[in-house]
Design a protein around this ligand. Structure first.
Ligand code: F6R
Length: 604
């Protein structure tokens, strides 16, 4: 949430900052601002999207070579120019991600500063300024201020008095320092560094860095020098561009055959009927001992975990599996049985609740494995082992390709666990074959059904309510389908287990609702068809999404021809993604940046 970018070097800072903010815009888009220094400060802030800021910058161009910028997702104070970052206090300019929890108390101690915004961030700027006298360096003032702060922050700070450096610090909100040739670029997300440098320092909590054109000096909060580890970032420009698609969301749905293949590469070895993940840091003996798996995530990552839990139960005899919402679990007095392993699932690897939950689980001595997309992210760095799903940057706020890759990665984990516990190739072969075939199957479905899904979606786009129903492995898919629809179309949508229909939601069925019924050719199909009949009998408007060849009596039927059997829910979910996309397009919504939301939820 919120994006930070900073630049110091030999090139014009304004353009680099605005370009960077555009790439980070998916992290927050209610206002944006930059400040650059060059014999004085040029502070430019605007309400709305980065494109509005870009217009303002074009009217106030400067050749300045140092600056910081921010795109905001409001926490304290409405979206407005006054509340936009950077915030100024004396000679100090600051951009901030996170929440300063004790800002009200700190504000009372700063009577000399005239506050112009409602933000907690301006309080931090004023606090730094209160320590910044003529004898004090910027980094020293920042360090002293941070000792008093409670909450989370990723900050970048400039001073007109020391206009060759940017001071950055982090506690709980990510910051990456790109080390280029005689230039340094700061960003809250690696995508802003792509095209500038592939060398990066990932700041850890409690670290402060003084960034100049040709150097980065790292210390802890007690000013002890630290050595910086420079790592390679791997992403190319094409991964963060729309490449001819109207929206990132459509691109990310359509590229799933490729991104899923990256998840599977080297991990699903069909010829040997075997699957393995490289980075678990667990021996076969340790895997054998696992008796319980807890899967932790938020939103779509949680639903991916829920779907994978069915596969874990199916594949590993005797294993017990729980799936937990991170924001709930982290505050519970939970107990985990001996021989538990925790799978921590997150696309961004930065979700505040998931990270906090990971720390709670670790504190109980439980082994943690990450199922993460963003390479180098905080959760990926804090888990004991795990797997990168390699879906590539997900720019659209709604998560799509990450879900598919997360489920696939956890299914591989399930196979590996089953192998370690002695399951033979015969028992596992079908899962392995279906995983290996999945990219082609998804490709086939996207090609064959895109137009039909668009037509059905357009027809139902005027409804205001929707009910998604599925049984067994299709229950988490129903929940995910409802989430996807509500977040980008703003249609009120609920997901339910098919068997629950008569226990309440059937009362909702009327002309204001449409219902999405997920139907899989398996032992529960007849039961689901009964649910469908019950809705038809009450005037329901049912869209059936199915791989079954049976005659299905529904208002609309999207019939998918696929060889998948066990893993068909993953394919049906792709259909739902496209459905939600086209509904949102038909309603004229901002598909990639839905209102009120932002990617990477780094605050609670
Ligand atoms: C839904 C969506 C969110 C995220 C959730 C977790 O489309 O994007 O529900 O899935 O905020 O995010 P990560 O996976 O980054 O931890």
């Amino acid at each position: 949430m919120c994006g930070i970018v900073g630049y110091v070097g030999g090139r014009g800072a304004q353009k680099i900052l605005v370009d960077g903010l555009q790439r980070l815009e998916y992290r927050g888009y209610d206002s944006a601002g930059i400040v650059t220094l060059g014999g004085g400060a040029t502070l430019l802030r605007e309400k709305g999207k980065v494109v509005e800021l870009e217009k303002l910058v074009s009217e106030h161009e400067t050749p300045d070579k140092i600056g910081i910028g921010h795109t905001r997702w409001a926490t304290h104070g409405e979206p407005s120019q006054q509340n936009a970052h950077p915030h100024q206090a004396g000679d100090i300019y600051l951009v901030h991600n996170g929440i300063i929890e004790n800002y009200k108390e700190l504000k009372q101690e700063l009577p000399d500063h005239e506050f112009t915004s409602d933000t907690d961030s301006e309080v931090l700027a004023a606090l730094i300024d209160s320590f910044y006298d003529n004898e004090t360096s910027l980094e020293s003032a920042v360090t002293q201020a941070l000792q008093l702060v409670e909450g989370t922050y990723g900050i970048a700070v400039l001073s007109t008095r020391e206009d060759d450096k940017i001071v950055v610090a982090r506690s709980g909100s990510p910051l990456i320092i790109g080390v280029g040739q005689d230039e340094t670029i700061i960003a809250s997300d690696a995508s802003a560094l792509v095209g500038h440098t592939t060398n990066a320092i990932y700041l850890n909590d409690g670290e402060i860095a003084v960034c100049k054109a040709g150097s980065v000096e790292l210390t802890d909060l007690a000013s002890h020098p630290l050595s910086a580890k420079v790592e390679k970032i791997e992403a190319d420009m094409s991964a963060i561009q729309k490449q001819g698609y109207d929206h990132f969301l459509l691109k990310e749905i359509m590229e799933q055959p490729i991104t899923l293949q990256s998840t599977l590469n080297g991990r699903v070895i069909k010829a040997e009927a075997r699957a393995q993940l490289g980075g678990l840091n667990m021996s076969a003996e340790e895997l054998q001992e696992i008796e319980h798996v807890v899967i932790i995530g938020c939103g779509t990552a949680y639903y991916a975990g829920m779907l994978a839990s069915y596969y874990l139960e199916q594949l590993v005899d005797g294993l017990t599996v729980d799936v937990e919402i991170a924001s709930e679990m982290r505050y519970r007095s939970f107990h985990l049985p001996k021989d538990t392993v925790a799978l921590v699932v997150s696309q961004s690897g930065e979700t505040a609740d998931t990270l906090a939950c990971l720390r709670e689980v670790k504190a109980r001595g439980v082994k943690t494995l990450g199922v993460i997309n963003a390479v180098g992210s905080t959760i990926a760095r804090e888990v004991d082992g795990g797997v990168y799903v390699h879906a590539g940057p997900e720019i659209s706020v709604a998560s799509t390709k990450a879900f598919t890759s997360q489920v696939a990665a956890m299914t591989i984990f399930a196979i590996q666990l089953a192998q370690a516990k002695g399951a033979g190739a015969q028992e596992l072969g079908k899962y392995i074959d279906e995983l290996a075939a999945m990219p082609d199957e998804i490709q086939k479905v996207l090609e064959a059904h895109k137009d039909q899904i668009r037509d059905v979606a357009t027809k139902y786009a005027h409804y205001e309510h929707a009910l998604f129903l599925g049984r067994d492995t299709l229950f988490p898919v129903a929940l995910e389908g409802a989430l996807k629809l509500k977040e980008i179309s703003y249609i009120h949508a609920e997901g339910y287990a098919g068997g629950e229909l008569k226990h309440g939601p059937l009362a909702l069925v009327d002309d204001r609702f449409f219902e999405v019924m997920l139907l899989q050719e398996n032992a529960l199909l007849d039961k689901s068809l009964s649910n469908l009949a019950e809705m038809n009998a009450r005037g329901g408007h049912v869209i059936a999404i199915t791989n079954s060849d049976r005659q299905i009596d529904a208002e609309a039927v999207i019939h998918i021809d696929t060889k998948q059997e066990l893993l068909v829910p993953i394919v049906l979910n792709v259909v739902q993604q496209l459905f939600a996309y086209y509904v949102a397009v038909a309603r004229g919504n901002d598909v990639d940046q839905p209102r009120n939301l932002a990617k990477s939820v780094t605050v609670e």
